[in-house]
Design a protein around this ligand. Structure first.
Ligand SMILES: Nc1ncnc2c1ncn2[C@@H]1O[C@H](COP(=O)(O)OP(=O)(O)OP(=O)(O)O)[C@@H](O)[C@H]1O
Ligand SMILES: [Mg+2]
Length: 465
């Protein structure tokens, strides 16, 4: 830990002590000095002081009084008392009143330095824990997963049951159903909630990058590997690794992953030194892995390793009872975020939300409500504030047409009543390929997906047509 930003205020009426302490500490800490209570309080008011070291006798003044005052400040410093009289009673009294520690005079500088550093370190660990705990409680407990429908109850039951164990969990569900949210909940309800949750989006990386992302590499292991790098497995050691879109992993990496899960060891690329890792794995996929296994795209042995416990996220259209609940929660969230006094949705709007099929599931609903909040200046969100697709109107274009070409030959975005997500996807894939003259790598970049995912999607498009 670096202490050069740590502010230490030294209060002593003797000039020699002040100067001596300043000289010995100024390389280590950011040091201030004061000769009496009023000088000290001025500094305490002007600066955030991390540690105050004060003498008990300050001329005619009492160092204990200064400590009392300092501890009443909004951000009180850690207080350490110096006393020449070695009186245990005084020291005990000081600690009772809130001082952190005391040192006897003549001073042992090494001892004082150690006490200061230990105090600062303890305090930062404490505040980190508080922050972490708040984060854990607020953001991702199971209570943040909204849903009271029948079909959600097995989800909650399974999560509660499996979270405290080390079992590997496979979360299956369509895009936007809350898989990542559930992964967070499992981690936070586990026996290691304060450890790291490391997330890897498997679809976003090419084969070689994914392998090195997961397992790391040695310097010079492949072209471009200019430094040795730790992989995500090592980073998640002692915690949880979330493998998102695990169905996209290529066959070579599947073999390595299988080994990592079975033997709990990994090897960096370019090394055959096994490294032990203690990692709880959660995987998610929006594809049907069982089907991929049947089609020979995914190893069955890896599937069995991952699928120790399965959590199936139901699509939103199969739990329409939750739509209003979710919509109201998102309304509250975005109204607060945008500082708008919006309280509810109109009856029309609610009915429309319930009737819609939500191919993009909860994420799509959340975005629709955000849109509503932003567009609404009334106290209720009505149908007119909701995005056009809910009203059967044409969507806003994602790819703006080239300048001066608003109405011409180029294929326009599909529109109308029967618009669905799959069609939109095909449309944008074709469009991206057009733009890149058929270059799949470039097209994948434009679309923000990996080349492998693009290839799979093209294969699916072929077989659909
Ligand atoms: N039951 C729920 N309660 C509250 N918010 C939810 C719920 N389910 C999903 N969300 C919210 O919807 C959004 C999408 O959820 P999430 O990212 O977990 O989905 P996903 O299944 O991982 O999607 P993808 O497959 O596209 O990665 C997030 O903002 C999430 O907080
Ligand atoms: Mg996700």
């Amino acid at each position: 830990m670096d202490f050069t930003e740590t502010t230490v205020l030294i209060v002593d009426d003797e000039k020699n002590t002040r100067d001596g302490l300043r000289m010995s500490f100024e390389d280590e800490f950011d040091v201030y000095i004061a000769a009496n209570i009023s000088e000290a309080t001025e500094i305490l008011k002007a600066e955030v002081v991390d540690v105050m070291v004060t003498d008990l006798r300050l001329g005619g003044e009492d160092g204990m009084e200064l400590i009392d005052q300092a501890l009443k400040m909004p951000k009180p410093p850690i207080c350490i008392l110096m006393t020449a009289y070695g009186s245990v009673d005084v020291a005990v009294d000081a600690m009772k009143r809130g001082a952190y520690d005391y040192v006897g005079k003549p001073l042992n500088l090494d001892e004082l330095e150690l006490i200061i550093k230990r105090a600062v370190r303890n305090r930062s660990v404490e505040s980190e824990n508080v922050a972490l705990k708040q984060q854990v409680d607020k953001r991702y407990g199971l209570e943040n997963v909204i849903g009271e429908s029948q079909v959600m109850s097995p989800v909650f039951d399974t999560v509660r049951q499996v979270a405290p164990t080390r079992a590997t969990v496979l979360i299956e569900g369509e895009s936007g159903t809350g898989k990542e949210l559930i992964a967070h909940a499992i981690h936070n309800l586990s026996d290691r909630p304060k450890s790291k949750l490391v997330i890897v989006h498997c679809a976003a990386l090419s084969e070689q990058l994914l392998e090195s992302e997961l397992f790391g590499h040695e310097k010079g292991a492949f072209t471009g590997a200019s430094e040795r790098r730790k992989g995500r497995f090592e980073e998640a050691d002692g915690g949880t690794l979330f493998l998102d879109e695990v169905g996209e992993i290529d066959s070579g990496t599947q073999v390595k992953l299988l080994r990592a899960l079975g033997e709990r060891t990994i090897e960096r690329i370019g090394s055959n030194q096994p490294i032990k890792v203690d990692v709880r794995v959660i995987a998610a996929t929006n594809r049907n892995l069982e089907k991929l296994v049947r089609e020979g795209e995914f190893r069955d042995d890896l599937y069995f390793r991952l699928n120790v416990v399965k959590v199936l996220m139901p699509p939103l259209r199969e739990r329409r009872e939750d739509i209003v609940l979710l919509a109201n929660a998102f309304l509250k969230e975005f109204a607060e975020e945008n500082n708008k006094p919006i309280r509810e949705l109109t009856g029309d709007a609610i009915q429309t939300l319930i009737d819609y099929d939500w191919p993009g599931n909860v994420r799509e609903l959340r975005t629709a409500i955000e849109h509503g909040v932003v567009m609404c200046n009334a106290s209720k969100i009505g149908l007119r504030h909701l995005p056009p697709f809910l009203k059967g109107e044409s969507p806003t274009r994602l790819f703006p047409p080239p300048a001066g070409d608003s109405n011409s030959t180029g294929e326009s975005a599909p529109s109308g009543e029967n618009l669905n997500l799959a069609e939109m996807e095909k449309h944008f894939i074709r469009r991206a390929l057009d733009r890149t003259g058929g270059n799949r790598t470039e097209a994948a970049k434009i679309l923000g997906i990996s080349r492998r995912t693009l290839q799979r999607k093209l294969k699916e498009m072929d077989s659909d047509e």
